[in-house]
Structures are given as C-alpha cells and as structure tokens.
Design a protein around this ligand. Structure first.
Ligand SMILES: NC(=O)c1ccc[n+]([C@@H]2O[C@H](COP(=O)([O-])OP(=O)(O)OC[C@H]3O[C@@H](n4cnc5c(N)ncnc54)[C@H](O)[C@@H]3O)[C@@H](O)[C@H]2O)c1
Length: 366
C-alpha cells in the first residue's frame, strides 16, 4: 500500500520510518505541504493519504482525493471536526482516526497551563531573565481546596479529574454521559459547573451542539477570577466573547492550547509573517493569558505508545478484515467493502492492520 503523508514534520518522519521497517508492504512518501484542494491533486498514485489536525479536509479536498482514486483517509489525530465525513461517505473514502493515545499527556498539559497562568510563571520567567526580581503582578491563588469544573469526562477529562483531585481540589463535572469510574466527581448541569468552578477545563469534542459553548452568556455565569483552560478545540470558545470577558477582568487567567484562529499557525514558524487577523495578537497581549500551539499531546510517551501497542497486538491480529475493523473504532468506517478491496493478499492486510492500529491507538493524536 502506498500512503501519501501530508504536513510531515521531522518527528513524524523519524517515528513513522522507524516503524515502517517492520512493514515492507507499506510505502510512505512524505510531503511538507499540508493537504489542500491543490495538494490533493498529488495523491494520484496513492491508495491512502495521511493528514493532521490542522488540515481543512472539506468537500472540495475530499472530492479531489476521490477523483485521484484515494480510498483511505488516515487522520493522525483524535478530533475529526475538520473532516467532511458526509462527503467522504459519498465518495467511498474510508476515514480512520486515533481514538486513543495518552490522555494523561493532554490532561497534564491542561494543568500546566492552569498552574502557569494562575501563578504567572510566564511573566516571572521573563522578569527574572531581565534581572527584575520584583513580585508585582505575579500574585496567584491556591488551587488546593478550590473547585475544578471539568467539561467532558471521557479519557482526557477523566485524567484531568484525577489530577485535580490529586492536588486537593473538589471536582465537579458536566458531560452528556457520566463516567462511572469517577466516583469522587460531582456531576452537575453545565450552568451549575460554570457557576461553581474556580478552574474550568474543557475536554469535550467540538460538535454542532457545543460550538461556542463558552460565550458572553456562559462567561457571565462564571465566578470572578476563574481560570479557564481549553486544550480541546478552539471553536468551543467564542474568542471575541472571551476577549471581552478578559477585558472586563472576569478571568484570573486563561490558558489556551487551542483557539479558533490556530489553523494556519499550528506547528509553523511564522516569526517573519505579518499575521492576517488580530485575534492571536490580541490574546497574546493580555498578561493573564498563555497560549501554546496545540502541544497537549506532544510527549514522548504519547508518540511512542504506538510501538508498544503494536507489539501487544501482534499476537492478537484478527484473521479477517471484518474482525480487524470490528476491533477498531467502527464509528468512522464509511465503507467496509472499500477497505476489503484494498488488500490483495492476507499478508498485506496483516501489515496494514498493524499500521492502522499504530495510527489509531497511539501515535500523534491531538
Ligand atoms: N490539545 C491536544 O493536543 C489534544 C489531543 C487530543 C485530543 N484533544 C481534544 O480533546 C478532546 C477530548 O478527547 P478525549 O480523548 O477525552 O475524548 P473522549 O471521546 O474520550 O471524551 C469526550 C467526552 O466528551 C463528552 N461530550 C461530548 N459532547 C459533549 C458536550 N456537548 N458537553 C459535554 N461533554 C460532551 C463525551 O460524552 C465524552 O465523555 C478531543 O475531542 C480533542 O478535541 C486535544
């Protein structure tokens, strides 16, 4: 199987090449360019393409991939709000993503943002480097004994609940489904979480229903001096409303690993660019805001987890494509028939299965 890998960074190439030695039937060509309507045209010789979280895989991109004969879209990320699944289905392109990786990687980053912005570590670091040892502007507050409000208690949210409990916080949460493993968490309606929490951390996927769930109305419900952290998806927060909230002194701090305008920034060095809009610049202008560039997932453990999963699963490889697909995440398989057609031999199927398990369950998965 030939895979065209878009938006390849050095760490992608290193980790995939390392693994590829074990899969002689799979060939990957790496492109620095992102997947766009224009670069989709380059996929003619490939059965599969691999893309990342910042690619806008809209109907135009999918149409062009389909015209080039691509059958499989491999997303090396967990979220899939950037993929037009309906169009993929219409074009018989199967979409796979990474449902599991290292939830603790993202949860620990969420807490890092919360602690750093609360205690103004970003300011203190710069001040001391400039021989300014004054403490003005660096006052924080203890999280110990305060209340963490976690929105979305799936894999990452649950890890965040455990971490917050570990630092002595009371934990309340909102989710459309309650997680039975979190017996120390008090579930509440969303509005009550917003009214109760000192630290609010978002860990739900972006859907049509929760687009801009943090807006002027919901911000007004929050306690004064709240710390808000978003490591989930930028569009959960209405950025203009957030900026108004920050200006009205609602927040003690805001930590963002994701934000609405991030797409053209993610993983790019844009230090010589003049930014097209002012949203990022305005966010960065506030002393109580920290922005990171979608790095929540970026730990050694998250990147190498795939290899150990692969080894664990070697003895468990199902004997048929149907069994393999059943063992993965069925929700996003748009066409079993298409996948089956891709395998000319059992051997290539087995190789493909290992690669997909690696991609799906462990690798770069923001
Ligand atoms: N910053 C990063 O590097 C990074 C990395 C991985 C994932 N993510 C983001 O984190 C999100 C969560 O990942 P996960 O692995 O914990 O997902 P998950 O599927 O395990 O959990 C998501 C939880 O959100 C809940 N949920 C769905 N809609 C909701 C709503 N409207 N309100 C409240 N809860 C809702 C679900 O019931 C589920 O419990 C992903 O969707 C992705 O956007 C970010």
């Amino acid at each position: 199987m030939n895979i065209l890998f878009y938006d390849a960074k050095k760490y992608d190439i290193d980790s995939f090449n390392k693994e590829l030695k074990n899969f002689p039937d799979i060939k990957i060509d790496y492109l620095e360019a992102d997947l766009t309507p224009q670069t989709a045209q380059l996929s003619g010789e490939y059965e599969a393409v691999c893309a990342f979280v910042n690619s806008q895989i809209n109907s135009e991109v999918i149409r062009r991939l389909g015209e080039q004969g691509v059958k499989l879209l491999l997303m090396r990320c967990a979220g899939f709000n950037n993929v037009d699944l309906e169009e993929a289905k219409r074009r018989n392109i199967t979409v796979l993503r990474v449902p599991g990786y290292s939830p603790e990687a993202v949860a620990e980053h969420a807490l890092s943002l919360a602690l750093a912005v609360n205690r103004r570590i970003h300011k203190g670091y710069i001040k001391v480097r400039e021989n300014n040892f004054s403490l003005n502007g660096l006052m924080g507050y203890n999280f110990y004994g305060k209340t963490a409000g976690i929105i979305g208690t799936g894999k990452i949210g649950a890890a965040m609940c455990r971490i917050c409990k570990g630092i002595g916080m009371n934990v309340v949460a909102y989710d459309v489904y309650q997680n039975p493993t979190l017996d120390f968490v008090k579930y509440m309606p969303l509005d009550d979480v917003l009214k109760t929490a000192d630290l609010i951390s978002l860990h739900c996927p972006l859907t049509e229903e929760n687009y801009h769930m943090i807006n002027t109305r919901t911000i007004s419900m929050m306690k004064d001096n709240t710390v808000l952290v978003n490591t989930s998806r930028g569009a959960l927060v209405n950025t203009e409303d957030l900026i108004k909230g920050i200006r009205s002194r609602k927040f003690h701090g805001v930590g963002l690993d994701v934000y609405e305008e991030e797409t053209s920034n993610v993983f790019e060095n844009r230090q010589d660019d003049i930014l097209e809009t002012s949203v990022t610049a305005r966010l960065l202008s506030f002393p109580n805001v920290i922005v990171t560039s979608h790095q929540g997932y970026f730990t050694d453990e998250a990147l190498t987890a795939g290899i150990s999963l692969l080894r664990e699963r070697r003895g468990l490889c199902p004997s048929t494509p149907q069994a393999a697909i059943a063992s993965l995440d069925p929700a996003l398989f748009t066409s079993l028939a298409v996948i089956k057609r891709l395998f000319r031999s059992n051997r290539s199927f087995v190789m493909f299965y290992f690669l997909v398990v690696t991609l799906l369950e462990s690798d770069h998965a923001p």
